[in-house]
Design a protein around this ligand. Sequence first.
Ligand code: AQP
Length: 320
Amino acid sequence: MRLSGITPSGHAQLGNYLGAISAWAAEGGDEDLYFIADLHAMTTTHNPAKLRGLAAETLAVLVAAGIPAERVFVQSDLARELGALTWILECTCSYGEAARMIQFKEKAGGQAGVRLSLLTYPVLMAADILLQGASEVPVGEDQSQHVELARALARRFNGTYGEVFTVPRAVVPLAGARVRDLSDPARKMSKSTRDAAGVVFLLDEPDLIRRKIRRAVTDTHTRPEYLPEDRPGVANLLEILAACTSATPREVAERHSTYGALKEAVAEAVVETLRPVRERTRELLADPAELGRVRKAGAARAAERGEHRLSSALRLIGAG
Ligand code: AQP
């Protein structure tokens, strides 16, 4: 069983969709689980009301994208279970192991007032994985060290106190496009980027999407060619169009003779690709009772799935 998460650190964007969500919906296995990692969005300064809204919106997006509702849950709905398991795992983890995490060093380096949760969040991530009994965790390079920690903690707990946890392993995520920022193709498109001009959000209206794509940074050439190193802005547009039309970037480059024509085609393809997701998400958001039912059912299933592991772990470690 695979467990994947999305952090509601902003509004879901085109990269999240083409790189992950659409593949989760189309190719995910029957057992796989997806969660909205809102507790992970609290390790740096955050706005509580905004975070609550983004968690609900992201849940709506995943369901609207076609992921079966019974395979989605919001992390904080399991805050009690995860809090307890995180404590157990913190008592299984050494300070040195946590402090060695490269992401912590990168994010905490030189910052004042770093939250303790920035140090301990890989242990919460281990709790996410171990509570659900996930055997595979699809992650990029940047998160593989955290999955290694979850592996080490599962093994150590099982060896010290008794067999409770499935030992997970990191796997390569389902292949999706890597989408770059439209204003600055040197960086990836991200939901928390301040300058929204380079980011297409899934809920952007069609005209706004068209405007953002028309203004995408390209270069001084005029004819599209797929050269990711030398012409990253145009390569990004070609990759987006390819992902939306199930073609290759080179094939779509040959079909357009000017940057203007390419941008028009990209804009229309993105608008049409996102239309059903946007409309269905808006419907769900306009029906809080239905969204609430989906959320409650997902939380109940996820809590039930982890219940026996948490109670066994508590008992074996000497609690209660
Ligand atoms: N630009 C992207 N292209 C392709 N895939 C992307 N993903 C994110 N951005 C792109 C994939 O979306 C999934 C869920 O994202 P996440 O919230 O867990 O991680 P993230 O990579 O931190 O997403 P963002 O949008 O860049 O958020 P912030 O701004 O908070 O850093 C993951 O599978 C991710 O690879």
